[in-house]
Design a binder for this molecule. Structure first.
Ligand code: AVJ
Length: 340
């Protein structure tokens, strides 16, 4: 892979808080989408699109399907830890607690934590989602739990967290960042993001951080290249979304899902590979894009962690790694980082 690629890539939520929503159901969101697509596809050099655009209504539904695949062991590992240790996790944060979840999705795995907290006392829960579809799923799943007051924000991570952080002086904030979503950030940007989270917290507040751990290449790759092709559909839907929302003419049959594992950087990369030489026009981005046969669009990175990585990242950003739980079946860790 090309070295220069790494510095250009930034396929994650903006760390420098843009306030526009990413969901182009408004004019500002659509303009931002067009801008980002132009920046990633309309210039010389490696092509890429920020991974947050994978999650429109179709993409969110396909991601939900991915979480059910046996090859995608992350979700089960995450769920096992959260259901087994919900009590311990809840007890590690002093009441009263306000919970904010970054990228709640269907929020199925969050339920045991909220139930454990609500057994102690009424708890406010702020799911933060850029996808209105996913946010609706969260409300459906958790909107009727006894003792849990759900107030979601359709927002980018840090904008939503800023709103959730406006709580009473006596309330502790517990930030849930589950499912190894932090792995979408590039190395260093993950710690920068944690440091940004820390600016919203007071000592004693906490982050519960899910990280997929380094494991052998074959299960790692299979998790992103399932034989049924669900992940391929999830990836290709990005082009369908560009067609729908930006008036492009991508022929999805001329692109293929490609997964690479960079063992040195412990990173899965998802690409869309142009199987032929072709030209595509993206009307509302005002560009024509030329593809060589075999050229790819980099659509997502998923970094894998060691326990040392997590610990270092935590201490470097103003946290104390107080407790952690590791799944036995699928190497995955849930770490409780307490703001020091
Ligand atoms: C939601 C970012 C954690 O990287 O594993 C799953 C997204 N992409 N299959 C991941 C994803 C392809 C997922 N995260």
């Amino acid at each position: 892979m090309i070295l220069g690629h790494r510095t250009r890539i930034n396929n994650n939520m903006p760390v420098t808080g843009a306030t526009t929503r990413a969901t182009p159901d408004n004019a500002a969101g659509l303009a931002q989408f067009a801008h980002d697509v132009r920046a990633g596809l309309g210039q010389p050099g490696p092509k890429w699109v920020p991974c947050k655009y994978l999650y429109d209504a179709v993409g969110s539904a396909l991601f939900e399907a991915i979480t059910l695949l046996s090859e995608y062991g992350l979700t089960r590992a995450d769920e096992r830890i959260l259901s087994r240790y919900a009590g311990e996790i809840a007890n590690a944060v002093e009441p009263p607690v306000v919970v904010a979840e970054l990228g709640s999705g269907s929020a199925k795995k969050t339920r045991p934590i909220l139930e454990a907290l609500a057994r102690r006392e009424p708890t406010t829960y702020h799911p933060i989602e850029i996808s209105p579809t996913a946010l609706a799923l969260t409300h459906r799943e958790l909107g009727h739990l006894d003792g849990v007051n759900v107030r979601g924000f359709e927002a980018e991570y840090l904008d939503g967290l800023g709103r959730a952080a406006r709580r009473r002086a006596d309330q502790r904030l517990l930030v849930l960042f589950l499912g190894s979503s932090i792995g979408n950030f590039n190395r260093h940007e993950d710690s920068e993001f944690l440091a940004r989270i820390r600016t919203f917290l007071r000592a004693g507040d906490a982050v519960l951080l899910g990280t997929d751990l380094v494991k052998p290449p074959s299960p790692t790759i299979l998790a992103y290249d399932d034989p049924a092709g669900v992940t391929a559909a999830f990836n290709l839907n990005l082009l369908a979304r560009i067609n729908r929302e930006l008036g492009a003419n991508f022929n999805l049959r001329r692109f293929a899902h490609q997964v690479r594992y960079d063992e040195q950087d412990r990173r899965i990369e998802m690409h869309l590979r142009s199987t032929v030489e072709q030209r595509v026009s993206i009307e509302r981005a005002g560009i024509e894009v030329q593809f060589r046969a075999g050229e790819t669009i980099w659509t997502e990175s998923s970094h894998k962690y060691t326990l040392e990585d997590v610990e270092q990242m935590a201490t470097a950003t103003g946290f104390f790694a107080e407790q952690r739980w590791v799944d036995e079946e699928w190497p995955f860790a849930e770490s409780l980082l307490v703001a020091s």
